[in-house]
Design a protein around this ligand. Structure first.
Ligand code: MLT
Length: 263
C-alpha cells in the first residue's frame, strides 16, 4: 500500500477501485483505515475509494504532539492533491466526523457529499478535555493493551459479538501509544462544529448505531436537524462502530447514498 511523505509525515493510505466519483473514508479513534475493510470491498466495484491512516495510527508515522483536526485536514488536502482528486464524498466516523467537519471548513469546494457517522458537532467540555489528557498520559505509561481494555467496550454495543471484540482489539493494536495520545490531545483541541452545520450545503447522510453509547442517537439527531440537506439513518444491532457490528445495513445505507450522488 502506498505511502505519501507530506508535512513531515509518512502518510499511509489505500487507493482502491474505479468509478466516476471518489470517496474518502476517515476512521475512528484509536483505530486505522482497516476498520473500513468491508466497506472498501463493497464500494470499490463502483467507486474510487481512498482511505488514509492518521498520523501515529495504523501505519502513518511519526505521531505529532497533538493530532489537531487542522493538521489532519492539511494531510487530507495534500493527499487529495497528490492523487489529483478535485472532489470527493467525505465519510467520517466519530473522530473521522470531527475531521470531516474540518475538511468541509477548509476545502468546501472539494466535498461533493458528506456522511457523518456516530459523531457529534459539539466541542469537549473542560472536564472532557481534561479526561483526554489523563487518557493520553495513561496510554504513554501503560500501552496499547490498556487502551484496548478501555476503548473496546465503549466502541461496541453492550454484550458484543466475540468476533467484533477481536476485530476492534486487533485494530487498536495497529496504533502506537504516541499516536493515541496525540489523537486524544488533538480531539481535545477541536473547535465546536455546531456553527458549521448551517454552512453545509452538500447532500449529507447522518448514520448512527442504535446502541451507540459514546455518541448516542441524540447527537446524530442534532446534526441532522442542523444540516439543510441531511437524512438520518439508524443502524440496529450496533454501537459506535456500525461499519463493523452491522456491516450489511451500514454498507447498504452508505452505498445507496453514494450511488445517488452526482460525481
Ligand atoms: C472515536 O470513536 O473516534 C472517539 O471515541 C471519539 C471521541 O473520543 O470523541
Amino acid at each position: 500500500m502506498p505511502t505519501l511523505t507530506v508535512n513531515g509525515t509518512a502518510l499511509h493510505y489505500l487507493d482502491a477501485g474505479r468509478g466516476p466519483g471518489a470517496v474518502l473514508l476517515l476512521h475512528a479513534f484509536p483505530l486505522h483505515g482497516g476498520m473500513w475493510a468491508q466497506q472498501v470491498e463493497a464500494l470499490a466495484a463502483r467507486h474510487r475509494v481512498v482511505v488514509p491512516d492518521y498520523r501515529g495510527l495504523g501505519q502513518s508515522t511519526p505521531a505529532p504532539l497533538a493530532s489537531t483536526m487542522e493538521l489532519l485536514a492539511e494531510d487530507v488536502r495534500a493527499l487529495l492533491g497528490h492523487l489529483r482528486l478535485e472532489r470527493v464524498a467525505v465519510v467520517g466516523l466519530s473522530m473521522g466526523g470531527y475531521l470531516a467537519f474540518e475538511v468541509w471548513r477548509q476545502l468546501p469546494a472539494a466535498v461533493r457529499g458528506l456522511v457523518l457517522c456516530d459523531t457529534k458537532a459539539g466541542a469537549d467540555t473542560p472536564e472532557g478535555a481534561a479526561g483526554r489528557e489523563t487518557f493520553a498520559r495513561n496510554t504513554l505509561e501503560q500501552g496499547l493493551h490498556w487502551v484496548a481494555d478501555q476503548m473496546t467496550p465503549r466502541l461496541l454495543k453492550p454484550d458484543p459479538a466475540p468476533a467484533a471484540v477481536r476485530a476492534v482489539r486487533h485494530l487498536i493494536g495497529g496504533a502506537t501509544p504516541a499516536g493515541v495520545a496525540a489523537a486524544q490531545r488533538g480531539m481535545a483541541l477541536r473547535p465546536d462544529s455546531s456553527p458549521t452545520l448551517a454552512t453545509i450545503t452538500v447532500p449529507t447522510l447522518v448514520v448512527v448505531g442504535e446502541e451507540d453509547g459514546l455518541t448516542p442517537p441524540a447527537e446524530a439527531e442534532k446534526i441532522a436537524a442542523g444540516v439543510a440537506r441531511a437524512r438520518l439513518v439508524r443502524i440496529p444491532g450496533a454501537g459506535h462502530l456500525p461499519c463493523l457490528e452491522n456491516p450489511a445495513a451500514f454498507t447498504a445505507a452508505l452505498a445507496g447514498f453514494l450511488d445517488g450522488l452526482p460525481a
